[in-house]
Write a protein of this length. Structure first.
Length: 280
């Protein structure tokens, strides 16, 4: 009888607890709220993010164009940040192509004059160093984010060195207009000794580092921002607030408005976009 009574009390207590839970449901959190809580960051609205036109901006459904014509279109729309994929020709001059996409022919070994004669498959003109310098001089309010696309750390650093050399060739200071991406500690060790641009971005996609390594290797105040891929893992995401104490955060390359919103909740100050109208 005593055991039966105890069982009855236990059942009564359990029923009371269940009813209590039913009257005070846990507040459901959205993914955005959870992300903001984890990263300890107040997200910016999409309208306040800096937009960087990836590979100069896409057109007609095509991306990675690095075209001169898309710059003019997006600049007239009010955009001021443009990313270009830059390489060196065989004679050591700046040419713009991501992976030779959309060019009339595939010529990884090409002279500067040969490259200048090529057109993209939509008829547009790929960017080159003469156009780049003329554009900066005509539009001094722009920032050119440089994604060096050579096959080695030394090659990537050589692209930046060539850009630095253009200052004396054209007798024009572009240090405030060029924002080079740095991909590794080794590249930074070279670039900080051979170039003098006002600012640099550490772009976290060629070499994977821990949070501690990023904070240590790129603590230099000349590294003004960190560029992270939209697929960045939760380990990095949960520590972005540590980077934001001294750096801007840029996320590449959201393809939808939803992915752009996720980048904002991740803590982005800016995003690379192929088509900026996706966040309109």
């Amino acid at each position: 009888m005593k055991k039966l009574f105890l069982c009855f009390l236990s059942a009564l207590f359990l029923l009371s607890a269940l009813n209590s839970c039913g009257t005070k449901p846990a507040t459901a959190q959205t993914t955005e709220q959870i992300t903001a809580e984890i990263t300890k960051i107040t997200p910016l609205p999409l309208s306040e993010l800096t937009v960087i036109l990836h590979a100069g901006g896409g057109w007609g459904g095509q991306t990675h164009l690095n075209a001169q014509e898309t710059f003019e279109y997006y600049y007239n729309q009010g955009y001021r940040y443009f990313e270009y994929d830059l390489k060196l020709s065989t004679d050591g001059r700046i040419i713009a192509t991501h992976d030779w996409e959309h060019l009339e022919l595939y010529r990884p070994e090409i002279t500067y004059d040969e490259f200048k004669s090529l057109r993209l498959d939509n008829g547009y003109t790929p960017a080159n160093e003469e156009w780049l310098m003329e554009t900066i001089m005509q539009c001094p309010d722009i920032k050119i984010v440089v994604d060096a696309k050579m096959d080695s750390t030394e090659g990537d650093a050589a692209v930046l060195a060539r850009l630095e050399a253009l200052e004396s060739i054209y007798n024009y200071d572009i240090s405030a207009n060029i924002l080079p991406e740095i991909f590794s500690k080794e590249m930074w060790d070279i670039a900080k000794e051979t170039t003098t641009f006002d600012g640099y971005l550490f772009s976290h996609y060629k070499v994977y580092y821990s949070v501690g390594q990023i904070l240590e290797y790129f603590d230099d105040p000349r590294i003004v921002g960190i560029a992270l891929p939209s697929y960045t893992d939760n380990y990095i995401r949960s520590n972005i607030y540590k980077f934001k104490e001294s750096k801007k955060i840029y996320v590449f390359t959201p393809l939808t408005k939803e992915e752009s919103a996720d980048a904002a909740y991740m803590g982005a100050d800016g995003i690379y976009l192929n088509f900026p109208e996706i966040i309109s």
